[in-house]
Design a binder for this molecule. Structure first.
Ligand SMILES: C[S@@+](CC[C@H](N)C(=O)[O-])C[C@H]1O[C@@H](n2cnc3c(N)ncnc32)[C@H](O)[C@@H]1O
Length: 267
């Protein structure tokens, strides 16, 4: 890809999603937009850029960001965070709390919000009534996967077998074995598109816990700071802001109490 064109793609990605693409990412961008360009029968990157910029509906921009975003995720990824959540929920329940709100801020294809839902069901059991998970992502493609809630057998390996049979229905789709999330999980999750690069976010809170894992690594310091400020606004006092293990709040840590690496608490 021509370096000038790559820079225009980079600037567009940064302006619209806050994602910072390193200078060596030209082959990645080229590979990721190739499929979309083929679908549109467009052969030049220049023409594709023009199409995105001239599309007033913003639809092509969404397709473009869908193609660019990295969606790696898995069930029970970084499992200590779910153990931490279970302990917090138990403690709050003992203190008499009956309303619980969790925001999963980069839900990807749904493995994280469904893991949050299983953790809540297992921890709060039949007392789980006023419990809601808001799961958001910038990519409409991954949100559709969240809504489908159906995963190949190879993707559900991280779910303990007892939970897999309790919360998922197994079926054969052609030659593949698939697992589909049961209504018990689905009914407590709301999926919505939300761009973390455009604070302030439209929610009011208060939230008990925000999972914002493995997405801030793509953002620059300015956006990380505004995200952390929004998290602070939305959390209840004593609520938790949880980031990925390879991430940290650095510049915004003063606003929070550091409970352990990657787990922060609103004072
Ligand atoms: C690597 S995945 C992490 C998924 C999950 N949180 C986890 O830790 O397994 C990053 C997700 O962030 C989303 N993302 C990237 N930029 C975003 C933005 N500006 N607003 C919202 N989501 C964004 C991507 O679409 C992708 O699904």
């Amino acid at each position: 890809m021509d370096p000038k064109i790559f820079n225009r793609f980079r600037e567009l990605v940064y302006a619209k999603s806050g994602i910072t693409l390193g200078p060596h990412k030209a082959p990645l961008v080229s590979a990721r937009v190739a499929r979309r360009m083929r679908a549109l029968s467009i052969s030049s990157h220049d023409d594709y850029l023009d199409l995105i910029l001239q599309d007033d509906s913003g639809e092509e921009l969404i397709h473009f960001l869908d193609a660019i975003s990295t969606n790696v995720t898995s069930f029970y990824r970084e499992p200590d965070h779910f153990e931490f959540l279970a302990e917090a929920l138990q403690r709050w329940q003992k203190e008499g709390q009956t309303r619980f709100r969790i925001w999963c801020a980069a839900a990807s294809t749904g493995e994280e919000p469904y893991t949050l839902a299983m953790t809540a069901m297992e921890t709060l059991g039949p007392t789980l009534r006023d419990f809601r998970i808001l799961a958001t992502d910038i990519s409409t493609r991954v949100l559709q996967k969240c809504l489908d809630g159906t995963y190949l057998q190879s993707k559900v390996q991280g779910i303990p077998p007892a939970l897999l049979s309790r919360y998922f229905s197994r079926y054969n789709d052609d030659a593949e074995i698939c697992y589909s999330a049961n209504n018990d999980l689905r009914k407590i999750i709301t999926f919505k598109r939300l761009n973390l690069a455009t604070p302030p976010y439209p929610m009011k809170g208060p939230m008990d816990v925000i999972f914002c894992r493995n997405v801030m690594i793509y953002f620059d310091e300015g956006l990380r700071k505004s995200l952390a400020q929004e998290a602070k606004r939305l959390l209840k006092p004593g609520g938790y802001f949880i980031v990925g293990h390879s991430e940290s709040l650095v510049g915004s840590a003063r606003e929070f109490r550091v409970i352990r690496p990657s787990v922060y608490q609103k004072p």
